[in-house]
Design a binder for this molecule. Structure first.
Ligand SMILES: [Zn+2]
Length: 271
């Protein structure tokens, strides 16, 4: 159901925006726990510096951070701007998907996938690792969508076949390319997690859109690498030369969600 400017659609957009803010806060917490080896199911949210358990007023997305001017209420330690930024980004991503797809199972699928992409981007930024749990979750969401598609008149078997053929083509091609690049450069060019993530992108977007996705990811990767280098300075060691590619692929996936089909349609129309 496409959304127009009716009061109902304004209401839906507000609900999704609020959900995006809250989920952004939750996904931040989830990513932090995954990178610090804490249980993702048990334990209450706490300050990462003093360990004080956070109350309700510390957990309001964006506003809690603004009200304490980016400091912990209990120990005064600086709280990274990345927390409110992720919450706002999650809100923008959710709303953009709703506006693009309306109230549909595609929107539900892509909002769930975007949430996984956000978590793996945060873990990749911190640890240069894309956890297998995020890859498996993304594959699970795609499979659930394929099953659900039978209820809206699509053939789930055709969708399953096309998705996995595309995933294997994209993942296989990127794996082959990275092995050649490793040989030529004499060092690791692309992480295993990046290859798995591109396989997942193939499942969701098909190999045609993935050609566009990889170009966008490379441009984003170069820009993020340059910004990161400037932020860190040039005097650091081997670690500073590593560029996490996961966030660039994740951003490219978001671009594909919003306009991948149109770009491929336009390009095919040129011939
Ligand atoms: Zn604290």
């Amino acid at each position: 159901m496409p959304l127009n400017a009716s009061p109902f659609s304004v209401y839906c957009t507000c609900v999704i925006a609020l959900l995006g803010l809250c989920m952004g806060s939750f996904l931040n917490c989830l990513a932090w726990r995954m990178t610090h080896g804490e249980s993702v199911l048990h334990g209450r949210s706490h300050c990462t510096s003093c360990g004080h358990v956070l109350g309700v007023r510390d957990l309001v997305p964006v506003f809690s951070w603004l009200s304490t001017r980016g400091r912990c209420r209990y120990c005064g330690e600086h709280v990274s701007w990345r927390y409110p930024a992720t919450e706002l980004l999650c809100c923008v991503i959710y709303v953009s998907i709703l506006l693009r797809y309306g109230l549909s199972i595609e929107a539900v699928e892509l909002i769930a996938f975007a949430s996984v992409l956000l978590v793996l981007s945060l873990t990749d930024l911190d640890t240069y690792i894309i956890p297998n749990a995020t890859i498996i979750t993304a594959i699970g969401i795609r499979c659930a969508y394929i099953v659900a598609s039978a209820f809206v008149g699509q053939d789930p078997f055709v969708l399953l076949r096309d998705s996995f053929v595309s995933g294997l083509v994209v993942g296989g091609a990127v794996l082959l390319l990275s092995l050649v690049m490793d040989r030529v450069l004499g060092r690791d060019s692309l992480g295993g997690g990046d290859v798995k993530l591109l396989f997942v992108a193939g499942l969701y977007f098909g190999w045609q859109q993935c050609l566009f996705l990889i170009i966008v990811a490379c441009v984003m990767g170069i820009v993020m690498g340059m910004l990161g280098q400037r932020g860190r300075g040039s005097s650091e060691g081997e670690e500073s030369r590593l560029i996490p590619f996961g966030p660039a692929i994740a951003l490219a996936c978001w671009v594909c969600m919003l306009c991948g089909e149109q770009v491929v349609g336009w390009y095919v129309g040129l011939f």
